[in-house]
Design a protein around this ligand. Structure first.
Ligand code: ZN
Length: 347
């Protein structure tokens, strides 16, 4: 075989890889989202309600039937599906490749989701944490792509996914990237985190923490604020009040940004990523609003002066861009990477 035919053959094999079908599943407590990808392209997506199914097996069978019908409509079959990526919240046991603990699926009293899914589809299944899936999706397909990237997800809790060299880092015990449980307050007055330990970021930057900051800020001040009339106060009402110019609400968002900025500064000296992204439901309006932009500014202004110049001059801090699709996009991307690595090992 001469050089040009070797090159041709390598191109063909690359095209075949690019065109292979994979399925990405994002299994949440409320919804199970799934999407079929041909190469990196999302071809079709669907979702079912988690509560409609008595067991994960029943839910996975429903996914399989739906995927099978769709493939057949494109003159394909389940045989053409190469692999499945399954993204879930919870702590993964890296050795068993199953969940060691899950936060939001207590109704289903089991942890062997990967095995169940593999048995229903008769395909290789690769399991990853949902924050890692979202981070991987942003790293490979978001607006701010980078092989070295951290995603912080802000919502009820504060999650995180770390991508290095284009791959998620979960660590020896499945807890790598759990930025929400980094300690940022050390004094006696440090708030208790939901996990039971004091001073964690989540106790300040999770939804409950932000509400607590609002209550404490209102108690310290006699200034008028729309928040005084609200019961309960929510992160959304804080964002809305800030958008209307409410000084207390703006201060609450600034305080939250400062603490997130400190956490990112700590993290940046461990991981040194090119990009840190803020995602999740609680970004105070996100990139399309002045309130969201001010929140991001508070984070940057606290973070950059605390980091070595080599970091602060390069590190980008931005909002995530993939939204609700990030879980299925990341799960499918991971399945493709992991399946290729496995095939290379077996070759
Ligand atoms: Zn904690």
């Amino acid at each position: 075989m001469n050089f040009s035919s070797t090159e041709q053959s390598s191109q063909n094999s690359e095209q075949a890889k690019q065109a292979s079908w994979v399925l990405g599943i994002d299994l949440g407590g409320t919804t199970i989202k799934f999407g079929l990808f041909r190469g990196p392209q999302l071809i079709w997506r669907n979702h079912i309600r988690t509560d409609d199914y008595e067991s994960p097996e029943a839910a996975f069978e429903s996914c399989r039937d739906s995927v099978q019908r769709t493939l057949e409509e494109s003159s394909q079959s389940l045989d053409d599906l190469q692999a499945i990526g399954l993204a879930m919240a919870g702590v993964l046991d890296p050795k068993a490749e199953e969940l060691a603990e899950t936060a939001n699926l207590h109704r289903w009293h089991q942890l062997n989701f990967r095995q169940q899914l593999s048995s229903v589809f008769q395909k290789p299944v690769f399991l990853l944490n949902d924050a890692d899936a979202a981070a991987l999706a942003e790293s490979a397909h978001g607006l701010c792509r980078a092989d070295s990237l951290v995603l912080m997800t802000l919502g009820t809790g504060v999650g995180g996914g770390v991508i290095l060299d284009g791959r998620p880092v979960r660590g020896a015990n499945g807890c790598g990237g759990e930025i929400g449980h980094a300690t940022i307050e050390f004094g006696d007055a440090a708030r208790q985190c939901g996990c039971g330990f004091p001073g964690h970021l989540e106790a300040y930057a999770g939804a409950g923490g932000v509400i607590q900051t609002a209550i404490e800020t209102l108690a310290r001040s006699s200034d008028p604020s729309a928040l005084r009339k609200l019961d309960p106060i929510t992160p959304l009402s804080i964002a809305n009040a800030a958008a209307d110019g409410d000084a207390i609400a703006m201060d609450v968002i600034h305080q939250t940004g400062v603490l997130i900025g400190r956490a990112i500064a700590m993290l940046a000296h461990v991981v040194d990523p090119d990009v840190v992204l803020l995602g999740g439901a609680m970004t105070f309006g996100g990139p399309g609003t002045d309130t969201g932009k001010r929140f991001l500014q508070s984070i940057r202004e606290e973070c950059y002066p605390r980091t070595l110049v080599q970091i602060s001059s390069h590190l980008k801090i931005e909002f995530a861009t993939l939204g609700n699709d990030a879980g299925i996009v990341g799960a499918a991307h991971y399945a493709r990477l992991a399946n290729e690595a496995r095939q290379a090992l077996n070759a």
